[in-house]
Write a protein that binds this ligand. Structure first.
Ligand SMILES: [Zn+2]
Length: 566
């Protein structure tokens, strides 16, 4: 016997085995059970969603003498008679090849004769939108006054092409696309029945390729039957003629990294494999779409149904760009299809689009700008928090290197006395508002040496941050009443900031005590909060040598005018 294609071999023969059209099946079976059968039906929907199959089942069911739950029994005389393809009571016509008025006239003449041995004569007209205007008018006459024994089932993928006069005379059913899960289950059951071994992901990929059409999916499944012992994901990819995934991965990766030269290299390689620009851009868009799903959906793994190793690769790719960048790239590449219609140079169109997608800095689209702002924000945030990623450090080091100042861990023996205000009466000091723009100069400032490696640069950058903050606190301290001693002592100290914690390095135990003494600590903390600091730690800097008492030191500065706080 000749080989029967899977989609024909596994075509449903009763309502129960129809998948994905529950509402329609329920309405039709109810009509049969209640014997309220109409004379004209319109089945609309994409190809492979079961229109013709359901029409055939319905044609047999209306004639079956003992239907089971509305489905044809398959055993009665009517069922047996109609199972024979040469029967004359179910008449199928393909309007695509029989679209002339003569074809419809023939139907009009024949419809007058009653069916042979069954109750209804059923006309199934496929692709009915292909009929000419004259043919439609001829059909309309028949639909207006059909003989009692006639049922018309019109099937179409494009109901909007039908005249309103026809639409208004039909009971319309809209077939929806079949879900991925339903098609996957169907292919599995088919493979199980014919004894074909398969990988889960392979079947899911076949189902996905059907894009909602059972017939398309089963045709691919048919092609895969003879491939290998156990069907794998890669086998299906090969059958589908999908572009080499590694190359597409490489292309998208280089695109996100802005390596325009590499992107063009990949596109050249893919085109030279014989892939048309249209198909290639479709593959890239599908790839980007998967990345967008990974980026935005928590259950991306279930939606995409990719094998584990593939999903890991895709997730890594998705991490290279933010969602704005991915969506913008999809937009740019999808545009290729439109432009191809008006272009005689498809390669140029492809390459221009790829360059545009690789260089968001030349793109003034809002998504591209958002992507750039987001990158900048991330850089700023990591700088603020002092936690800097390796990549950002590399970028930032060049910019800040001259400004980095080095703070020696050792206490320097000769403090620079520079503040002229020190000559003034300390009582006056508290009345002097701090000059806004005056930069606090730490006791010792040395010009930075070239950082030896990235790690040095990081620690220096954090210290600069801490130094600015600490300088501000000390300046504020100078104008705080009754905190002169604290101010004098703090001038000698350094500090660093990590997150929202300020660490003050005292030179010796007595300095640490002074900081923690009475309300000194509260004063420091309340000033520091103004700089976004939540906690203060006091540590003694290792290698410190100073044993000077800060109170004695302050007295030395200010003489007897200084009141020592208790
Ligand atoms: Zn029957």
């Amino acid at each position: 016997m000749a080989y029967l294609a899977l989609y024909r071999r596994f075509r449903p023969t009763d309502f129960k085995s129809v998948i994905g059209q529950d509402t329609i099946v329920k309405t039709l079976t109810n009509q049969i059970i209640q014997d309220k059968i109409g004379h004209a039906y319109l089945f609309c929907g994409a190809r492979g969603t079961g229109k013709t199959s359901l029409a055939k089942i319905f044609a047999r069911a209306v004639n079956c003498t003992s239907p089971i739950d509305g489905s044809p029994c398959g055993k009665c005389d009517a069922c047996k008679m109609l199972a024979d393809p040469s029967n004359v009571d179910i008449i199928e016509m393909d309007a695509a090849s029989n679209n002339k008025v003569e074809n419809v006239r023939e139907i009009r003449e024949n419809v007058q004769y009653p069916p042979v041995g069954v109750r209804y004569k059923v006309y199934v007209i496929d692709e009915v939108h292909m009929l000419t205007t004259e043919a439609f008018n001829a059909l309309l006459k028949t639909l207006e006054e059909p003989p009692k024994h006639a049922i018309f089932i019109l099937a179409t993928t494009e109901p909007h092409k039908l005249p309103a006069t026809i639409l208004s005379r039909c009971m319309r059913f809209d077939f929806k696309l079949i879900s991925l899960q339903e098609i996957t289950a169907l292919i599995k059951s088919v493979y199980d029945e014919i004894g074909k071994a398969y990988e889960e992901e392979a079947v899911k990929l076949i189902a996905k390729s059907g894009e909602g059409s059972v017939r398309d999916a089963l045709s691919v499944a048919d092609l895969c039957v003879s491939v290998g012992d156990k069907l794998t994901y890669n086998d299906v990819l090969a059958v589908l003629g999908a572009t080499d995934l590694n190359k597409i991965d490489g292309l998208v990766k280089s695109m996100f990294l802005g390596e325009t030269g590499k992107v063009l290299g990949y596109s050249d390689e893919l085109c030279s494999l014989g892939k048309s620009v249209g198909l290639l851009s479709k593959d890239v868009v599908n790839h980007l779409r998967d990345l967008a799903i990974i980026k935005t959906c928590k259950n991306a793994k279930d939606i995409l149904a990719l094998p584990d190793d593939r999903f890991v690769v895709m997730s890594e790719l998705a991490n290279l760009a933010d969602e704005h960048r991915i969506l913008r790239s999809i937009e740019i590449i999808s545009e290729i299809e439109n432009q191809l219609r008006y272009s005689t140079q498809p390669r140029a169109v492809l390459e221009t689009a790829l360059i545009k997608a690789s260089m968001p800095e030349i793109d003034y689209n809002i998504d591209a700008l958002l992507a750039r702002i987001k990158t900048l924000e991330e850089e700023i945030n990591s700088l603020k928090s002092g936690v800097i990623g390796q990549k950002t450090v590399e970028k930032v080091v060049e910019r800040v290197v001259e400004k980095v100042v080095e703070v020696p861990a050792q206490k320097v023996t000769e403090p620079v006395k520079e503040e002229p205000v020190m000559e003034k009466d300390p009582k006056e000091l508290s009345l002097v508002p701090p000059p806004e723009d005056e930069e606090f100069i730490p006791p010792v400032v040395q010009k930075a040496k070239e950082p030896k490696n990235i790690a040095t640069a990081v620690s220096n950058t954090i210290t600069v941050d801490g130094k600015r903050c600490w300088g501000g606190i000390v300046r504020r301290l100078r104008t705080t009443p009754n905190k002169t001693i604290l101010w004098v002592a703090c001038q000698e100290m350094t500090a660093s900031v990590e997150g929202s914690t300020l660490t003050i390095y005292a030179s010796a135990e007595n300095e640490k005590k002074l900081l923690l003494q009475n309300d000194n600590f509260e004063t420091l903390l309340s000033i520091a909060k103004g700089f976004g600091i939540e906690n203060i730690k006091v540590e003694i800097r290792s290698g410190s040598v100073s044993q000077e008492d800060p109170i004695e030191k302050a007295k030395a500065f200010f003489g007897d005018t200084l009141k020592v706080e208790k």
